[in-house]
Ligand binder design. Sequence first.
Ligand code: F6P
Length: 479
Amino acid sequence: RVATVNGNGTADLVIVANRLPVDRVTEADGTPGWRKSPGGLVTALEPVMRSNDGAWIGWPGSTDEEMEPFVDEGLSLIPMTLSPAEIEEHYEGFSNGTLWPLYHDVVAKPAFHREWWDSYVTVNERFAAKAAQVAAKGATVWVQDYQMQLVPAMLRELRPDLRIGFFLHIPFPPAELFQQLPWRRQILEGLLGADIVGFQLAGGAANFVRLVRQRVGHKTHRDTIYLPDGRTVRAAAFPISIDFTEFEELARSESVSQRAKQIREALGDPETVLLGIDRLDYTKGITPRIRAYSELVRDGHFDVEDTVFIQVATPSRERVDQYRALRDDIDRLVGRINGDLGKIGRPAISYMHSSYPRHEMAALYRAADMMVVTPYRDGMNLVAKEYVACRYENDGALVLSEFAGAAEELRQAWQVNPYDINGMKATILDAARAEPKEVTRRMRAMRKQVRENDVSQWAIRFLDALASVPHDHGKTVRP
Ligand code: F6P
């Protein structure tokens, strides 16, 4: 698997992301190995980059071993080391203790620490310097997500010849919340180093343009920002997606069908299976969802003899306090619900704190009559789209939070407000009792939407927009 990347300064397409698409792990026998990284970003970008022979700069996960660049199935991977202090301050601290809650509607309280900010700057500088080193003349560099928001401006300073794109995978908050950030101006200026700043939704792009006008004082017109040096920056929505065909093919495979059957058998062949799959994160609304379902069981609308709720929570950011506390809360809640409502061999909630490969995920999607996705706030939520892609028989009900980015595209889902437990209960019941014809009508429409807007469309749209940026970065085009 390991080969050295040929020299520096040769890559025409470079991704800069906090994580590499693979994580360094220690196998059970103590030997080092690699595993696919968690999260939507990698799921979306990996297929695109493999087919473009790109270079990918990122952190290989929680190790401080220095690693050489290597090539993995046509993709040059350039590992960046984070020291233990940087993992604590840049990754767990500023990225996931400050920006993550701030950008998700402050559903948890963001912490503001000056040392965390300093570390964020240092790490962004190092990633920008590496991109400047590996990018060929006139190359395209695509910077990803909230952990890397200073890279565009730092990189432009080092390499004005590059086309630089930035895409934010998580929500971009309203000005009223963003303004809490002591370093708000630096973040806005960091992003303005890009030619195109991409967001999941038009609302995020509008929030950004408004903040740039108010806080930095640049002239703006619709989605365009006019910088004093004559350069222009475009802010636009590029809703991310999944590899629809890959998921559908996987779902249709004999082994996934078998596994889906096995899963239902292992649960005692219930009539109805409901499913939730999330990273274990306080933005995902796992608690109100489980509470809503348990009340439906308690009130006699569902019976544990013939219905089960499978909840998979993928371990995530386990050293961050709020994530630890959430895990304990969910353990306790599920334990209490199963203690109160379960029967022998029939838990109300079948709970797994574990991450599964794609094959098992597809089998779970195939096994579930209803998928319940209820984040308080989510940039997109690819799990909802994966469920849709796997339901090739046009059956299966999707209950979806109106605060997930995906709700703008998946209009035919049964939409819910996760803060409204009674509303959620009523909608879950509606979805469970819907006529098969109604379920099919909705699923068919959603499948068309995701099929026609898959991840390759997303990447093509973004990269085409970037390719059409003039070489002078818009300096000659004035309003
Ligand atoms: O897709 C959003 C995202 O935050 C990515 O940026 C991130 O890589 C992924 O979720 C998983 O989180 P983490 O990298 O912190 O494990």
